[in-house]
Ligand binder design. Structure first.
Ligand SMILES: Cc1cc2nc3c(=O)[nH]c(=O)nc-3n(C[C@H](O)[C@H](O)[C@H](O)COP(=O)(O)O)c2cc1C
Length: 315
């Protein structure tokens, strides 16, 4: 399947593995890139040396294009911006902020830049700043989210910019991918489906919770503090929802204290009581583990088949 995204990124399938802090490390990213998608190492707030190590370990596993994500509000964003240049990263995705001040240096280094956006206004601003593509992310997805769902967001972004658009949020098979392509996207970014792969290095408990999740298993917390997060409904999320019913300084501080480091507790320790198990709504559809290569090629083959034969359904 050829789109402007496969051409731009030099990849076989228009499937990007979304950044996931503490999760998107070298095993996962290299497996996705080796399988013909685009693997992404998540920068998060991790130390620069750690990320450099992850990039080099991924490079040792595959010579295919590799991406990295920078959360622009993180304290080490400047250092990560330089690291991407030093390590000759092919593609950068960015979140939480405006990459404008780095753009010239990244362009000179030949890096393709794809900011994650949750609104039309931000997509336009990113195009003006020189982005090569944008990732329009709907709030069905796991992790930090915006307000719009994928279905209304993607076509509005597609209409507003001339650079290619990648759809994210709620996509885990060829049906979702075909729908995204029909909305005008030229690629998809998935996070949750890659939690259910053998290559993903999260705790067994985390994988188990994703595979057992129902359609209504996720909740959004953090709206009062302005940083909404979608995660599986576990004891910590229930506690946050309770505290959010009566918001004051004390409850916000209590939430902050309870959630600090909680994704790491889920990822590394499988700590059911204190962990935040970030996940998108599409977890309800994932019933068993599949290798990254099968996820990517299977999704694309199914989308192609559906799109090619769509006319028969309505003839
Ligand atoms: C566990 C988890 C952690 C995430 N962490 C990040 C992150 O650190 N940075 C980021 O830009 N997006 C993050 N995301 C969003 C993903 O990159 C991706 O856009 C999203 O998962 C797509 O929606 P889906 O979950 O329905 O596939 C995260 C998603 C999940 C599920």
């Amino acid at each position: 399947m050829k789109t402007r995204i496969t051409e731009l990124l030099g990849i076989k399938y228009p499937v990007v593995q979304g950044a996931m802090a503490w999760i998107a490390e070298h095993h996962l990213a290299a497996s996705v890139s080796a399988a013909g998608g685009l693997g992404i190492i998540a920068g998060g707030a991790a130390p620069v040396d750690f990320i450099r190590d992850e990039i080099r370990k991924a490079r040792a596993l595959t010579d295919k294009p590799l991406g990295m994500n920078i959360m622009l509000l993180s304290p080490n964003a400047d250092d990560l911006a330089q690291l991407a240049i030093d390590e000759k990263i092919e593609v950068l995705t960015t979140g939480a902020g405006n990459p404008g001040k780095y753009m010239e240096n990244w362009k000179q280094a030949g890096i393709k830049v794809m900011p994650v956006v949750a609104s039309v206004a931000l997509a336009k601003r990113m195009e003006r700043a020189g982005a090569d593509a944008v990732i329009a992310e709907g709030m069905e997805g796991g992790g930090h989210i915006g307000e719009l769902t994928t279905m209304p967001l993607v076509p509005q972004v597609v209409d507003a910019v001339s650079i290619p658009v990648i759809a994210a949020g709620g996509i885990a098979d060829g049906r979702g991918m075909a729908a995204a392509l029909m909305l005008g996207a030229e690629g998809v970014q998935c996070g949750t489906v890659f939690l259910a792969t053998p290559e993903c290095q999260i705790s067994e408990k985390y994988k188990d919770l994703v595979l057992k999740a129902s359609d209504i298993a996720t909740v959004v917390t953090g709206r009062p503090s302005g940083h909404p997060v979608r995660a599986l409904k576990t004891p910590l999320q229930r506690k946050c929802l309770e505290l959010e019913k009566h918001v004051d300084n004390r409850s916000l501080e209590e939430i902050e204290a309870a959630t600090a480091g909680s994704l790491r507790k889920a990822v590394q320790d499988g700590n059911y009581e204190e962990g935040t198990f970030m996940s998108g709504q599409i977890a309800g559809m994932l019933k068993e583990l599949h290798p990254c290569a099968d996820v990517i090629s299977g999704m694309t083959a199914q989308a192609e088949e559906l799109l090619k034969n769509a006319y028969k359904r309505f003839a």
